[in-house]
Design a protein around this ligand. Structure first.
Ligand code: ADP
Length: 363
C-alpha cells in the first residue's frame, strides 16, 4: 500500500444487463502503480469493466477490491479514484478552468496548489487560450482534453481512462499520449486505460488485457502478447498489417501447404498429424528475388505500397492465398515472382478447432 497508488482486484466478476451477460467470470489483478490497458473490439465489455472498477456500475456477481478492501469504502472519497469519460461529462455552465478546478475545490485542495496544478495542465494540454470558454464553445478534441486534464488534476491513487484520446487530432494525440505516460512515470498512479486501438495499447501498457465477448483472452506484456499470443483472436487483434494465417498440415516434422513444405519444426518433438493454422506476421515473412532454400515458395506480387520506412507487399500464392509481407528493401514490380520463406522461430501454430496457440502451454 502506498500514498500514490492502490491495487485493484476483480474476482469472478459477472455483469448482466437484463438477461444478457456482458461480462463473464472476469478475474484481473492490477498491481499498485501498474499501467494496465484493457484492449478489445467495440462492445466487448471494456467500458462496463472500467465503470465497475469506478463503482459507477454495480456488479451482478463477484467482488471489486481496492487495496484488498471492498470498493464501496473508497469509490467516492475523492482521492482514491479519478475517471476520464469517453463522452467528456463536463459541467456545461462552468468554464474550462472551473471544470478543471471543481473537484479540487470540493476536496479542499489549497488554492495555491490548485493553481499550480492547473496552470501546468493547461499548458501541457494546449488549453491555456481556452481557459475562460464554456464547453459549448469548444471542439470535441478540446473538450476531451479538458476531461483528461480534470482527471489528471486530481492526482488520485487510481486513474481510470475510457478512450481518452479518441477525438483528439492525430498530432496532438501523440503529445497527449506522451503526457499520460510521463504523468504515470512521475506520479506512479495505478492506471487502467480502455482503448480499441492496439498501437495505443502497445505504446502505453505495462501489461495489456485483451478482451473479447466479455472474456479476458490474455493478460501479459505487449512483447509477449505480440510474440506468443494465446489464441488466434489475440494474434489477429495485435499487429498491423494483420498476421497472415495459412491453413497447413503437419506430418513428420514439417508443416506443409498444398503439398509444399513450408516450415521444418525443430522446436517441438512432435504434434498430431492434422490440420493447423500457421500464423506469421508480415514483418517476419522473408522475401527475396531468388529461391534461397528448399523452403522458398514462389509468389506473385499483386500490390506494392512504399511507406518510406518500409515497403508493404501483397503476394498471391497459387491463386489461393493472399500474403502480406513487410520488407525494408526489395526491388520488384507488380506481377514479378518473388520467393517467401517462413522461419520456425517466428511461426505461431494454432489448433484449427480450438484456435489456441499450441506452443502456449509448452513454453
Ligand atoms: P466496450 O467498452 O468494449 O465498447 P461496453 O462495456 O460499452 O463495451 O458494452 C458491452 C456490452 O454491454 C455491449 O453489448 C453494450 O451494448 C452492452 N451495454 C452496455 N451498457 C449497457 C446498458 N446500460 N444497458 C444494456 N446494455 C448495455
Amino acid at each position: 500500500m502506498s500514498d500514490n497508488n492502490a491495487t485493484i482486484e476483480l474476482k469472478e466478476i459477472t455483469k448482466d444487463f437484463k438477461n444478457t451477460k456482458v461480462i463473464d467470470q472476469l478475474n484481473l489483478k492490477v498491481a499498485a502503480g501498474e499501467f494496465l490497458v484493457l484492449l478489445g473490439p467495440s462492445g466487448c465489455g471494456k467500458s462496463t469493466t472500467l465503470r465497475m472498477i469506478a463503482g459507477l456500475e454495480s456488479v451482478s456477481n463477484g467482488e471489486v477490491l481496492i487495496d484488498g478492501d471492498d470498493l464501496k469504502k473508497k469509490a467516492n472519497d475523492g482521492h482514491t479514484i479519478a475517471m476520464v469519460f469517453q463522452d467528456y461529462a463536463l459541467y456545461p455552465n462552468m468554464t474550462v478552468y472551473q471544470n478543471l478546478e471543481y473537484a479540487l475545490k470540493v476536496h479542499k485542495v489549497a488554492k495555491d496548489e490548485r493553481q499550480k496544478r492547473l496552470e501546468s495542465i493547461l499548458e501541457t494540454l494546449n488549453l491555456s487560450d481556452y481557459r475562460d470558454r464554456l464547453p459549448s464553445e469548444l471542439s470535441g478534441g478540446q473538450k476531451q482534453r479538458v476531461a483528461l486534464g480534470r482527471g489528471m488534476a486530481k492526482k488520485s491513487k487510481i486513474f481510470l481512462l475510457d478512450e481518452p484520446l479518441s477525438n483528439i487530432d492525430v498530432q496532438l494525440r501523440e503529445k497527449a499520449r506522451d503526457e499520460i505516460q510521463s504523468l504515470h512515470d512521475r506520479n506512479k498512479q495505478t492506471i487502467v486505460y480502455v482503448t480499441h486501438d492496439q498501437l495505443e495499447a502497445m505504446a502505453l501498457g505495462d501489461r495489456i488485457a485483451v478482451m473479447n465477448d466479455g472474456i479476458i483472452q490474455m493478460v501479459d506484456t505487449p512483447e509477449n502478447i505480440y510474440k506468443n499470443p494465446t489464441n488466434l483472436f489475440v494474434a489477429k487483434f495485435i499487429g498491423t498489417p494483420q498476421i497472415n494465417v495459412l491453413p497447413v498440415w503437419y506430418q513428420d516434422g514439417y508443416l506443409t501447404m498444398d503439398e509444399t513444405k513450408l516450415v521444418k519444426l525443430d522446436r517441438i518433438n512432435s504434434i498430431d498429424p492434422k490440420d493447423y493454422l500457421l500464423g506469421v506476421r508480415p514483418e517476419h515473412i522473408k522475401v527475396s528475388k531468388n529461391s534461397e532454400s528448399e523452403f522458398s515458395v514462389p509468389t506473385k506480387v499483386t500490390k506494392i505500397v512504399d511507406y518510406g520506412r518500409y515497403i508493404q507487399l501483397t503476394l498471391d500464392l497459387n491463386g489461393q492465398h493472399v500474403i502480406k509481407a513487410v520488407t525494408k528493401d526489395i526491388d520488384c514490380k507488380i506481377d514479378d515472382t518473388v520467393f517467401i520463406r517462413i522461419d520456425e522461430r517466428t511461426s505461431i501454430i494454432f489448433d484449427k478447432d480450438s484456435q489456441k496457440n499450441i506452443y502456449w502451454d509448452r513454453v
